[in-house]
Design a protein around this ligand. Structure first.
Ligand code: HMG
Length: 391
């Protein structure tokens, strides 16, 4: 028996900023963003969108055609929590009407926590083969107007139903792990924007990849050649080039640039237009690979690397299942990404700074209506966040 993905779907906010608009402001050459970091656009949430609405939209999509009575666990991975105590997943649970007899809680470790949830869910399912687990990873990446990280912002969610009926992909039980206490990226409780030591964070990512890969290959004995494609955590698409170039060299794999590039390119397609989705990123990349690969990946082993600053890295793997394409939501994902509205720079700033204008004294506030999909953050009253279903 094996466990893995029965359904997977992504969602992103319905507004974006093209990075040339940012380049016009910063005085940078747009090619620094388009080519240098490999990013074209970034999703920007409107005032009535947050991780709950992003997650609820992705969850509703992933649950289409799924029998939810078997769901007993919902893990919500985010570093954009909306409350210091209550799990954001409980709001999602109510919005998408999940069964009451289940557990819901939140996971945090920067961009790593979605992969952490997966590594707990797979053995759990093997012990409870009649159950299903929902993992949702949702984040809004914010670094601050004019900051070095600004072009690597983004927003989005990915929802996965895991079960012992893994029609899309199974996961191997072995993985390589690495934890190291470093300050490469963090967000103090009083801050809305992440602090980052950009170049150092790239070094720490590569260090974690090296150590996690070393442990993974030590445990499994699997050589580099066993992997058909590689899916990396993508803070920006060029990060996968840096990481994979390193791994190819480190593993003494004899591949030319065209060959190693082919192993990672399809996974980067969505990220280039959405931006960083932190905890969701590696699974948005996996969805991008599965949706966009022209090649039939059935039966192929995929290597995945998740990195969460601070830091935790995990190298893990899985096998794509026969007939997987019939279960993907490729057309929906393309429609969501292509259907977004472009923002001018002023509206981007307006959306961006809205968060700082939310009342903190318990006053009633209604958020202006934008397109936040089927669910919206309607406002605040008496220190409580209010959500509504858009009919
Ligand atoms: P920067 O200093 O703005 O950029 O920082 P740069 O000067 O290093 O330039 C970037 C690249 O563009 C360089 O290429 C330039 O040569 C090139 P590279 O040397 O890297 O190959 N370039 C150009 N190319 C073409 N035409 C041009 C041009 N000009 C320059 N005209 C940095 C970039 C990514 C560091 C910054 O945006 C940043 O700090 N971002 C946030 C941190 C980050 O994403 N770190 C990644 C690793 S940590 C991680 O992944 C975890 C994370 O997701 C958080 C979590 O765990 O929750 C971030």
């Amino acid at each position: 028996m094996q466990a893995g993905i029965e359904s997977i779907s992504i969602y992103t906010s319905q507004y974006y900023l093209d990075l040339k608009a940012l380049a016009n402001q910063s005085g940078e050459d747009p090619n620094k963003y388009y080519i240098g970091i490999g990013q074209q656009r970034m999703s920007v949430p409107p005032p009535d969108e947050d991780v709950v609405t992003l997650a609820a939209n992705a969850t509703a999509q992933a649950l289409q055609g799924i029998d939810t009575t078997a769901l007993d666990t919902f893990l919500f991975a985010t570093e954009t929590g909306i409350d210091q105590s209550k799990a954001a997943g409980i709001y999602v649970h109510e919005l998408v009407r999940l069964p009451k007899n289940m557990r819901v809680f939140e996971l945090k470790q920067a961009c790593y926590s979605g992969a952490g949830g997966l590594s707990m869910a797979v053995p759990y399912l093997l012990h409870h083969p009649d159950r299903k687990v929902l993992i949702v990873a949702a984040d809004v990446a914010r670094y601050g107007i004019g900051s070095i990280g600004e072009p690597t912002q983004g927003a989005g969610a990915v929802a996965m139903v895991l079960s012992t009926n893994p029609t899309i992909m199974t996961f191997d039980l072995e993985s390589g792990l690495y934890t190291n206490d470093v300050m490469d990226f963090w967000r103090p409780n009083y801050a809305d924007e992440a602090l980052v030591d950009g170049k150092y964070s790239i070094k720490m990512y590569i260090t974690a990849l090296r150590e996690a890969w070393q442990q993974y290959t030590g445990i499994t004995g699997r050589p580099f050649g066993d992997f058909h494609r590689f899916v990396y955590h993508l803070p920006f698409t060029k990060m996968a080039d840096k990481a994979h170039q390193f791994l190819v060299r480190h593993a003494n794999a004899e591949l030319n640039q065209e060959e190693w590039q082919r192993q990672i390119d399809d996974a980067a397609i969505y990220q280039r237009f959405i931006g960083n989705t932190y905890a969701g990123s590696v699974f948005v990349a996996l969805t991008s690979l599965l949706d966009n690969s022209q090649e039939d990946l059935a039966g192929k082993r995929i290597g995945l690397f998740s990195y969460g600053s601070g830091s935790v890295g995990e190298f893990f793997s899985g096998i794509v299942q026969q007939g997987y394409k019939a279960y993907l939501k490729k057309a929906l994902h393309h429609e969501i990404i292509a259907g977004r509205a472009e923002l001018d720079y002023e509206t981007y700033r307006e959306f961006y700074t809205f968060k700082s204008r939310l009342p903190t004294d318990g006053a009633v506030m209604q958020t202006p209506k934008y397109n936040a999909g089927r669910y919206r953050f309607a406002g605040l009253a008496d220190h409580k966040r209010l959500y509504e279903v858009v009919v």
